[in-house]
Design a protein around this ligand. Structure first.
Ligand SMILES: Cc1cc2nc3c(=O)[nH]c(=O)nc-3n(C[C@H](O)[C@H](O)[C@H](O)COP(=O)(O)OP(=O)(O)OC[C@H]3O[C@@H](n4cnc5c(N)ncnc54)[C@H](O)[C@@H]3O)c2cc1C
Length: 437
């Protein structure tokens, strides 16, 4: 139970990271995962879209824009090589006002600035949208032709297979309770579930538990997090033909872009609507509002308490939380949020609740919800916090850049020369992300 590098968390982030570590590093590598298999949480409980980066500000969200752009051909090739779903239906991002239309014009520019081919996007007026999708009502839209529906769980399982073939050990059923940090050797404890694991270096990719585990290692102490549950409703097969593409709307609050539910085409052709963003006390609180209620006091009072207090008194937050709660309690309310751009959608078209996924959003000391992924370094550890959407899209390229950072800092002592690893080439990713070979 001694490894050179231990990765905590077998979601799409930790699994992709292990893949690139194995491709570039000669040491022993383990992934410690609390569940019996990989991708049991957010990495399989999401919208399932490979997002093209037209909506990401080229400077403010540069890292994710670049990771999404670089990862797109990697996923496309991966799906083809492994025979996994790749459903390129495209997305219409709809404007409900002239103000929204001006925002979409910016998105069209960002698409090209972020490296997309100009032919991948088109600005459409209301009548052009009507010709494509007669049941949509809007002032206009941006069509992103290459947005693609996939199954991220299947992707993560396949990457696990590739990583194992390159020698990575997956220790499943290992819930890490504590990272005891030391500059030479880290100890990963599991509250008695398994014997301790020792590692020279730890990378924390624990999703909803990443902040808590970073705190046990004594880092990221000025951050806390909140959990938002994104719920989906399944659309009746009879109503699936209402719209054939994904439909997103321009976010009504640009600082909280994950609040507006969409019309979604799943990789298997099913249609869903969602997600909303209901505050919940645990990263594993997938249904109901009361089962986990006893966890609220722990969540609210975990330090640093001031961050959440500042967020709560900022005014907009409590109103937002109440609205999201209402759309959890009321199917009609959820339906109306999508009906504003698909007027023919009816409550009876939503036949049952789909799965839900929980995002862990980091709140900083100013009481602001962070937008980008946050990397925090300890003496023998590296922690990725706030790895949210489009995190699944960007995972292959983002994790390659983390490996490049660790290598540049001398954290990986026996680095291999760049090589083709599994189906992906390091050089192609390095070029896309602007990394040293
Ligand atoms: C509702 C919703 C919709 C989304 N839609 C999209 C989308 O369409 N496209 C897109 O690109 N992105 C999307 N995202 C974002 C994307 O899903 C995430 O960025 C990504 O899945 C995060 O991966 P992860 O590996 O960091 O987290 P996770 O998948 O949560 O993985 C963390 C892993 O760590 C394990 N773990 C946690 N604690 C411990 C511990 N103590 N010990 C051991 N193991 C532990 C967990 O079991 C889990 O397997 C969406 C997110 C949400 C919430």
């Amino acid at each position: 139970m001694e490894f050179d590098v231990a990765v905590v968390g077998g979601g799409i982030l930790g699994t992709s990271l292990a893949y690139w570590l194995a491709a570039r590093y000669e040491g022993t590598i383990a992934v410690l995962e609390r569940e019996a298999t990989v991708a049991r949480h957010t990495s399989s409980r999401n919208t399932g879209v490979v997002h093209r980066p037209f909506y990401l500000h080229p400077e403010e969200r540069k890292r994710f824009a670049r990771a999404s752009q670089t990862s797109y051909p990697l996923w496309k090739k991966y799906a083809a090589d492994k025979g996994l779903p790749w459903r390129e239906v495209g997305t219409l991002k709809v404007a409900m006002s002239d103000h929204d239309m001006a925002y979409l014009e910016k998105n069209a520019k960002w698409a090209v600035q972020n490296g997309m081919d100009p032919s991948e996007v088109a600005l459409l007026d209301a009548s052009q949208v009507q010709r494509l999708e007669p049941n949509l009502r809007c002032s206009g839209a941006l069509l992103a032709r290459t947005d693609t529906c996939v199954d991220y769980r299947a992707f993560t399982e396949a990457i696990r297979g590739d990583a194992e073939r390159m020698g990575v050990a997956f220790l499943t059923g290992f819930p890490v309770s504590e990272i005891r940090a030391n500059s030479h050797r880290q100890t990963l404890r599991s509250n008695g579930y398994s014997p301790d694991v020792q590692a020279k270096f730890v990378v924390n990719c624990a999703g909803g538990e990443a902040v808590r585990l970073a705190h046990t290692a004594g880092v990221a102490l000025d951050y806390t997090d909140l959990n938002f549950r994104g719920e989906y409703w399944i659309v009746d097969r009879g109503a699936a033909a209402l719209v054939s593409r994904n439909v997103y709307s321009v976010p009504r609050q640009s600082d909280l872009p994950f609040l507006d539910p969409h019309w979604i085409v799943r990789a298997d052709g099913r249609r869903d609507i969602g997600p909303n963003a209901v505050p919940v006390p645990s990263p594993y609180d997938y249904e109901g509002l009361f089962e986990h209620a006893k966890e609220w006091p722990t969540k609210i009072f975990e330090p640093p308490v001031g961050n959440k207090v500042r967020l709560a008194v900022s005014g907009a937050f409590l109103g937002m939380a109440a609205r999201e709660l209402l759309s959890s309690l009321s199917k009609g309310e959820m339906m109306r949020r999508v009906q504003r751009f698909i007027p023919r959608l009816r409550e009876r078209d939503l036949v049952s609740r789909g799965f839900a996924g929980v995002r862990a959003s980091v709140v900083n000391a100013k009481g602001v919800i962070e937008k980008e992924a946050i990397e925090v370094e300890g003496a023998g550890s590296f922690h990725v916090l706030n790895y949210n959407s489009p995190g699944a899209t960007g995972a292959p390229a983002y994790t390659a850049s983390v490996v490049a950072t660790l290598a540049a800092e001398g954290r990986l002592d026996h680095l291999r020369p760049a090589a083709k690893a599994g189906p992906w080439s390091w050089d192609a990713v390095a070029q896309g992300m602007g990394l040293a070979g």
